[in-house]
Ligand binder design. Structure first.
Ligand code: AMP
Ligand code: MG
Length: 493
């Protein structure tokens, strides 16, 4: 470590930087330093994400990396900043927000932004303390990698480091920092911020940056009559609809779909009170603070569409034509159901699209809801049933077997028309054996609070490859214990 002129110690992990977002200029962020945390230790690292950044095992396990990813020393060449954004929270305009505890170290030369979450106060911390607790950091770390394992667009997580520094929530907990990685952390709320303040020049600058960097196809002359901003809205609409289809098909409930938590790239970001459904309860509300159930599982696609309207409103000064903006949004309504049915068809092992598919999907979802069947276990058992030609383990999950048998009959008819081995193969790749159920996260958190991170590592290994069997780990694919339903997850993180 060397001391630069301003006496902030730096570490060099050999990362090359590009700093695209920082080039936007001072209207978009505040440059600042992370606030150090005492006695950091590793909780976990992701070899996959380290690989994306070109960091070797030796580099990742160095003391320099431990200090740098806790925010105690600066990575040489990094340019830490907190960005400003605004947004709608729970359907209401919340005004200015911003990175209140996330500090962007910069963008690497290969186009990945690296952010420390929980690295201290920023000018946008409002009432918060700039910190994240170990509990929520473990949940974010594991879920980022689990979503990636499931093939769902998401920010990634490089590592978690923990410190004994106390952090006050409902009770006193300890601090941790998650290093998050994504091509961009720009949110709908960044656009809303400049639009709401009438800063059209900055709004255009941001939109041009996002288009040039991430959506260059929007500059094609035939794209939306040569209106790149309408084309951007259209593209984001499609990506967001595709993301919602992925969430709904896997039973993922985000919990806080405020517009400041919506990625302009259609990634899952800002893991807070999320939950993978245990029993299939369409109206399930995973966020204990969401008393109105605004972000209930089955409302997510509609909420995403509502959020798209907020983005449209923000981009309107650039698009300059309300009808064109509406047209750009329309794709959500076709892309979501198409993408959802396509994913569900894979889950059912239906190799070709047919007329009755949507009806068959609705039929089974209704039965799963009526019988309160465990969502993940049902699909995995169905895959094994098709593989073995033995449906009893599936029938065992339902109280109303008569209704299920009627559904199985129509299903078998459709399935019978395709190659069963291929169907089973597709199903085993589309229906995960392992998802990050609340109780699994909770068990790992309880052990971690006592200094034992082995459960975090085990879960990470299973969730990185959720479609594999992982012999010896059957318990992680089992029904949740009774106490799982009493876990309360709130916005407090
Ligand atoms: P969320 O809905 O959790 O994504 O957070 C909403 C806003 O609150 C964002 O601007 C966050 O940066 C900020 N925030 C959340 N927790 C904290 C905290 N502990 N300290 C500072 N800011 C926070
Ligand atoms: Mg957020």
């Amino acid at each position: 470590m060397t001391l630069p002129s301003d006496h902030t110690p730096t570490a060099d992990l050999g990362l090359a930087w590009n700093h695209g977002f920082a080039a936007l200029g001072a209207d978009f962020f505040t440059e600042l330093r992370p606030t150090p945390l005492p006695s950091p230790r590793w909780v976990s690292t992701s070899a996959q994400v380290a690989g994306l950044l070109g960091l070797s095992d030796a580099q990742m396990h160095s003391d320099a990396a431990l200090q740098a990813f806790t925010g105690n020393v600066l990575l040489s060449g990094s340019r830490p900043l907190a960005s400003v954004y605004s947004g709608h929270q729970f359907g209401v305009w919340a005004g200015q927000l911003g990175d209140g505890r996330a500090i962007l170290l910069g963008e690497t030369a290969n186009g990945l932004e690296v952010q420390l979450k929980g690295a201290g106060l920023t000018p946008y911390s409002r009432m918060g303390d700039g910190r994240a607790v170990l509990r929520s950091s473990i949940r974010e770390f594991l879920c980022s990698e689990a979503m990636h394992g499931l093939g769902i667009p998401t920010s990634r997580a490089l590592c978690i480091t923990a410190s004994p520094a106390p952090v006050r929530r409902e009770e006193t907990e300890t601090a941790a920092v998650v290093t998050r990685v994504a091509p961009s952390f720009v949110r709908f709320g960044h656009f809303e911020h400049f639009a709401a303040n009438g800063h059209d020049a900055q709004l255009r600058q941001l939109a041009d940056y996002v288009i040039d960097r991430y959506y260059p196809e929007c500059r094609a002359p035939l794209s939306f009559g040569g209106n790149p901003y309408a084309a951007l809205l259209h593209a984001v609409s499609e990506r967001t609809a595709t993301l919602m289809a992925a969430w709904q098909s896997v039973g993922f409930c985000h919990g806080v779909m405020n517009t400041d938590n919506m990625s302009i790239l259609g990634l899952t970001i800002d893991y807070g009170p999320f939950q993978f459904l245990d029993a299939f309860v369409p109206g399930h509300v995973c966020n204990h603070s969401d008393s109105q159930g605004r972000y209930a599982f089955n409302r997510q696609p509609n909420v995403a569409y509502w959020n798209m309207f907020c983005l449209a409103q923000a981009l309107l000064p650039l698009i300059g034509d309300q009808e064109l903006a509406k047209e750009a949004l329309e794709s959500f309504k076709t892309v979501f159901p198409e993408a959802f049915v396509a994913r569900m068809r894979n889950k059912l092992g239906l190799l070709q699209a047919r007329e009755g598919d949507a009806e068959l999907i609705d039929g089974i979802l209704l039965l799963l809801a009526r019988n309160g069947v465990d969502y993940t276990i049902f699909w995995r058992r169905l895959a094994h049933a098709v593989q073995a030609g033995q449906f009893e383990p599936v029938r065992d999950l339902f109280a109303d077997r008569t209704a299920l048998d009627a559904w199985l009959l129509s299903y078998s008819e459709l399935l019978g028309q395709s190659n069963q081995a291929l169907a089973a193969d597709l199903m085993l790749k589309s229906n995960p054996r392992y998802v990050l159920r609340n109780h699994l996260g909770e068990q790992a958190i309880r052990a971690a609070k006592l200094g034992d991170f082995s459960e975090v590592h085990t879960l990470q290994r299973l969730l990185e490859r959720p479609f594999d069997e992982h012999p010896g780990h059957e318990a992680y694919a089992d029904f949740p214990p009774d106490w799982a339903s009493s876990i309360e997850i709130s916005c407090s993180s």
